[in-house]
Design a protein around this ligand. Sequence first.
Ligand code: UD1
Length: 346
Amino acid sequence: PQIFTVLGARPQFIKAAPVSRAIAEAGMTEVIAHTGQHFDALMSDVFFEELAIPKPAYNLEINSLGHGAMTGRMLEKLEAAMLAEKPAMVLVYGDTNSTVAGALAASKLHIPVAHVEAGLRSFNRRMPEEINRVITDHVSAFLFCPTQTAVRNLKNEGIVNGVHATGDVMFDTTIAAVARAKGRSTILDDLKLTPKQYSVATIHRAENTDDPARFARVVAWLEDAARSTPIVMPVHPRTRKLLSQSGVVPAGLTLIDPIGYLDMASLINQSAAVFTDSGGLQKEAYFHGVPCVTLRDETEWVETVEAGWNRLWTVPDYAPRRDIPDYGDGKASELIASLIRAALEA
Ligand code: UD1
């Protein structure tokens, strides 16, 4: 194949969907390896079906391990698959252990790495995602940045070659999802929700779930917010484990299993507000015109904060609201595919 793509976690499936389509439409061949990091039907399969992502040629089934074991096994198996496939380029997305494993395996085989969503920084090196981002960017040959802030972050680390501001592929996915969800998603009826009379929350980051005192503060914050508007919370497996171990039953929150992308798009689209520690959801809230509170002490998506659509929970007020042109026009994936093709032909 020309392109070997590494996927593993839910946000990567969402980002890859429009890019894989654009790659096929540009006449290039792609082989997908699924590391298995996310493996539930609800965390993985439903995204491949709903977003029509090509079937992975490799299913590595590596999950539920510590960072070292997970990343190490991925490295070993991805290297073997890359040696067998001999791709001209390896494509990775975002900031997970699957991302850094794919990037390291490829770069040591001298296969050029292309990183979609390059240049994001929280400047918090205690986050595993931040380590994954920094390492991946420093071994990548092609860095596709969703924003100008990301381009600047790379420049500050001395990375200028192969850097392209492309817009955000998640905007492409959101546009497609809103159109597809109409008439297909019944989630509001299923949960008996009235548009704009509820909020949506998600919590899964280690920084919020690993420390019981911190997790208790997050739950208390959500319970407080639920006093004015009821909250629906699709619960990530990491958070589900923690809730069942601790026996905490948050008041005013309707806890549901993880949902598919079309249901999530409908749920956010009609919500009054989004409360989250997810990176992607902060932007998706903006794409749907919904205000967001980020339950973290910093964010990579500073544009959403500057433009008044998002605020950190530590900050009481939003900035004045405006549009964010940086995220592009919904054609970031096509631009990325054409840049990849030009690179492969060069
Ligand atoms: C990972 C990424 C994070 C990303 C997130 C999106 C890393 C370091 N973190 O975090 O950047 O924002 O995915 O969701 O790569 N589990 C299941 N079923 C699943 C998936 C996970 O039960 O389908 C369980 C695992 O067994 C584990 C826990 O959930 O116990 C956490 O999974 P893990 O892959 O370690 O990290 P995430 O929290 O999902």
